[in-house]
Design a protein around this ligand. Structure first.
Ligand SMILES: [Zn+2]
Length: 181
């Protein structure tokens, strides 16, 4: 998991520069306080975001992104800033993904185990087995339905954040996998 975090950190500056070009308003967004485990909202599945709510999501996504970079994370789900909504942001390599109402549509059979951390459970790492590749269908901020094919670290981040959107944290996954061993 050190690798997970290190990767995020080394690309952080570049990601910030790139994203301030893409999102010129970024500097106006201030980071939000993080929700920490065992807050109830982290156990609450997010509600689906309707087209009517999409405009508000622009501002929320901006603040979530700023919070993720501020905290040196590579992903952040709405639950982690106290909102049970189906939206998350991910950036593992300088490319920002904002996923609204995401759903994993396919998983690879090959699995991979690595140490995984979470901003809501500071300084703790859990060995977790995840699918090496996933395909996720989601809506972007303009309401377009898109598909993301992810592998490795990005696939792990997608699975981690989508778990949050269902009210599941790494600790739950860890206990579940430990129980199955
Ligand atoms: Zn997390």
């Amino acid at each position: 998991m050190e690798l997970f975090l290190q990767t995020g950190r080394s690309t952080l500056t570049l990601a910030k520069q790139l994203n301030s070009l893409i999102y010129p308003d970024m500097h106006k967004a201030s980071p939000l306080p993080l929700t920490l485990y065992p807050d109830e909202v982290l156990k609450t599945p997010g509600s689906k975001i309707s087209p009517r709510e999409r405009e508000e999501m622009r501002e929320l996504a901006l603040r979530m992104t700023e919070t993720m970079y501020h905290e040196h994370g590579v992903g952040l789900a709405a639950q982690q800033i106290g909102k049970a909504l189906r939206i998350c942001v991910i950036d593992v390599d300088g490319t920002l993904h904002t996923l609204i109402n995401p759903k994993i549509t396919s998983f690879s059979k090959d699995m991979h185990t690595d140490e995984e951390g979470c901003l809501s459970i500071p300084k703790k790492f859990f060995p977790l087995t995840r699918h090496w590749k996933v395909t996720v269908r989601y809506e972007d901020l303009d309401g377009n339905t898109k598909k993301l094919r992810a592998s490795g670290l990005l696939a792990r981040a997608v699975q981690h954040e989508l778990d949050h959107l269902q009210g599941i944290v790494v600790l739950d996954r860890y206990h579940e996998q430990k129980g199955n061993r």
